[in-house]
Design a protein around this ligand. Structure first.
Ligand SMILES: [Fe+2]
Length: 192
């Protein structure tokens, strides 16, 4: 695994933060040498790492391929590849915030959402799924309580995922009769 030291990120140290980055900041601000320093967000780490040359490490395999490729204070980064038809299934990140950058191709993020207020009686109170496509060059950040499914966008794709703090557990879900149901819990060292 490569230990990556990120260069200083060009950002005003006292600038106000806006969601979702504020919610996904990996560590609290700390004072150092009289200056307020702020840890980079997962989005910033993902953007920084996305520019590196990862191609030699990437493999495409069934049923899935992923590899942890970098880590730093309070975060880690994984490369994932996507063959057509592959997907993660609905899962959370065990309390870690994160971001993913699409390096090649496109992926779809599937999000469970509450039914619309104007839903008819048959749909009221039922969770629905919404899908959004992210293409090469885009970065998607998410907070510590985010739940999603990520799926190949129909072509070979590569994504780089950053988690802060490091990913140590995940819970998997299924949509059963319009409601989310836990199907399994996974832990680092046992399941990946
Ligand atoms: Fe995820």
């Amino acid at each position: 695994m490569t230990r990556v030291v990120l260069p200083p990120l060009p950002r005003a140290t006292t600038a106000p933060r806006t969601a979702p980055d504020a919610a996904s900041r990996p560590t609290a601000p700390a004072r150092r040498a009289g200056r307020l320093t702020v840890a980079p967000t997962p989005r910033e780490v993902a953007r920084s790492l996305a520019g590196q040359r990862w191609e030699p490490l990437i493999e495409f395999r069934e049923p899935r391929w992923y590899r942890r490729v970098a880590e730093g204070p309070g975060w880690e980064a994984w490369l994932l590849s996507w063959l057509p038809g592959q997907s993660t299934g609905l899962h959370d990140h065990g309390g870690s915030a994160g971001a993913f950058a699409v390096l090649r191709g496109a992926v779809d993020e599937v999000l469970p959402l509450p039914s619309r207020p104007d839903s008819d009686d048959a749909e009221a109170g039922r969770t629905r799924l919404a899908r959004r496509r992210y293409r090469a060059g885009q970065v998607r950040a998410f907070g510590a309580h985010h739940l999603h499914d990520v799926a190949a966008g129909g072509e070979l794709a590569v994504t780089l995922h950053v988690y802060a703090p490091r990913l140590v557990s995940m819970t998997r879900y299924a949509l059963v009769d319009g409601a989310l149901a836990v199907t399994s819990r996974e832990r680092e060292g046992q399941d990946w």
